[in-house]
Design a protein around this ligand. Structure first.
Ligand code: SF4
Length: 236
């Protein structure tokens, strides 16, 4: 990838993020692994703050996989309505509950292979749950923030989340995988914002190539100039 040594770059990014987010973890509230599966499904296209408001009541009512499996669709849809895409999410949560009861004795499994058999659960959700609820470093969470930052920082040229994750797993030590995904997400929320990154206040600015970020004084400022892949990554 160009002149960037991704291994060296990853070391610098990790050191920089450690200064700001030494204990970064998931912002979703949960008590059990099951709670976290549900919260992560609800967090698609929704802020964590909104999800936490909704799950505050939801988790008091739904305690076991069976509770979700038997939930009347209309009622669950109403309860999660404000997180958006409530029909698909309700279907996924009920299906997930049913699968847990039928195949996994009502328990959230502890492997990527089993987790991704659950409706509504792809690698991202599985990584969040396995890493945060069980402490198992199954991979690196790649959400919209991690995708955007990985490109800007020169850690991956890819746009597909699974390929970005593979690139990151090559250069981030395994003992940092769980922390790294969350630290990148926090940095994306606080500083490396999609439409207006605060580069001058960023702890990574000295070595960040700022790929796809418009430079102050550019004639094209305000418009990201670049390849199609870059624009896709930028949209994050
Ligand atoms: S320097 Fe700018 S582009 Fe690079 S990580 Fe920081 S905010 Fe993002």
């Amino acid at each position: 990838m160009g002149e960037i040594d991704r291994g060296e770059q990853a070391k610098k990014v990790i050191a920089g993020l450690k200064q700001v987010y030494p204990n970064a973890t998931c912002a979703l509230h949960f008590e059990t692994p099951l709670d976290l599966v549900v919260a992560t499904i609800l967090s698609a296209q929704c802020t964590d703050e909104r999800v936490n408001i909704v799950t505050d009541d939801l988790f008091k009512k739904y305690r076991k996989a069976e509770d979700y499996a038997l939930a009347p669709p209309g009622i669950l849809e109403e309860e999660i309505h404000s997180t958006g895409f409530f029909r698909q999410k309700s279907m996924a949560i009920r299906g997930m509950g049913q699968k847990l009861v039928e195949k996994f004795g009502g328990e959230v499994p502890k492997t990527m292979e089993e987790m991704t058999q659950l409706p509504g659960v792809a690698r991202k959700t599985a990584n969040v749950v396995l890493g945060t609820a069980y402490g198992i470093p199954s991979g690196i969470v790649v959400d919209t923030h991690v995708r955007r930052l990985s490109y800007r920082l020169g850690l991956s040229d890819e746009t597909d989340p699974d390929k970005i994750e593979r690139d990151l797993m090559e250069v981030v030590p395994k003992e940092e995988w769980i922390w790294f995904g969350h630290a990148m997400i926090w940095h994306g929320r606080d500083t490396c914002i999609a439409r207006g990154p605060k580069c001058s206040a960023c702890v990574l600015q000295e070595f960040c190539p700022k790929r796809g970020v418009p430079r102050i004084g550019d004639p094209g400022r305000g418009r990201t100039v670049g390849t199609r892949a870059r624009r896709r990554a930028e949209r994050g």
